[in-house]
Design a protein around this ligand. Structure first.
Ligand code: CDP
Length: 226
């Protein structure tokens, strides 16, 4: 059976990861969460106390990147041999990840890895630049959006569940944070967040996860059968 690349891009907290994961499972495809790679790197930089250095010393950043090993395995992201999946969806990481992901050496390194991961097709890859930069020839491109309040509500519920208590940020703060990240991602010169011209736009403001999954799965089956 023909294998394709499904590129799912979109604004922050629009449900890309959850939807992409389910679509991949239904198609028996590999799910690749590129945001998790940027988040894992941000965690490493924060832990090492190198946040200032990476913006001022390109050679040192390049050395750091050369020494960094990324592995994606199912839903999990590993960096330098440690499964950091439980540590990357924090408000602190969210505050820095757009800045880290705007750096040229960072984008170059992760682009090489992501292209390798998709070289045999049969992947659902989610991010910001998959349909525009990483796989501009992807057979199916989806661009997910939703209104900011709805996205903040979803992220709030997600954080609440994870921390088994109230998140450190209020709903209003989360919404502001999401909008700030969208603006930063769209404004950067390298691989900005942009809707690919040939993408199907999916507004998930009033859609359930099941409906989103069904929509993309149906579109994929159609392309695969062509
Ligand atoms: O899940 P959420 O939409 O909050 O974000 P994510 O997909 O985990 O991505 C986190 C951040 O990584 C984004 O805000 C971007 O700054 C960056 N990113 C990127 O620059 N390019 C990608 N392909 C994926 C993520």
């Amino acid at each position: 059976m023909k294998k394709i690349i499904i590129a799912i891009d979109g604004v922050a907290a629009s449900g890309k990861s959850t939807t992409a994961k389910h679509v991949a499972r239904k198609l028996k495809y590999t799910y690749i969460d590129t945001g998790a790679m940027y988040r894992a790197l941000t965690l490493k930089v924060l832990r090492l106390g190198l946040m200032d250095m990476v913006f001022s010393d390109t050679a040192a950043l390049q050395k750091l990147l050369a020494e960094t090993k990324f592995v994606l395995e199912g839903d999990a992201v590993w960096i330098d041999g440690e499964n950091v999946s439980g540590h990357i969806r924090t408000t602190e990481i969210a505050a820095y990840v757009s800045k880290i992901s705007s750096l040229k050496p960072v984008r170059e390194k992760l682009a090489v890895l992501q292209k390798e991961m998709g070289q045999h097709k049969g992947v659902v890859m989610d991010g910001r630049d998959i349909g525009t930069t990483i796989f501009p020839n992807a057979e199916l491109k989806i661009f997910m959006t939703a209104n900011a309040r709805e996205r903040a509500l979803r992220r709030y519920a997600e954080l609440k569940e994870k921390s088994s208590g109230d998140p450190e940020l209020s709903l209003d703060e989360l919404e502001a944070d999401i909008l700030r990240r969208d603006a930063e991602d769209a404004r950067r010169p390298l691989s900005p967040l942009r809707q690919p011209d040939d993408a199907i736009v999916l507004d998930t403001s009033s859609l359930s996860i099941e409906k989103q999954v069904e929509f993309i799965y149906t579109a994929a089956v159609k392309v695969i059968g062509e």
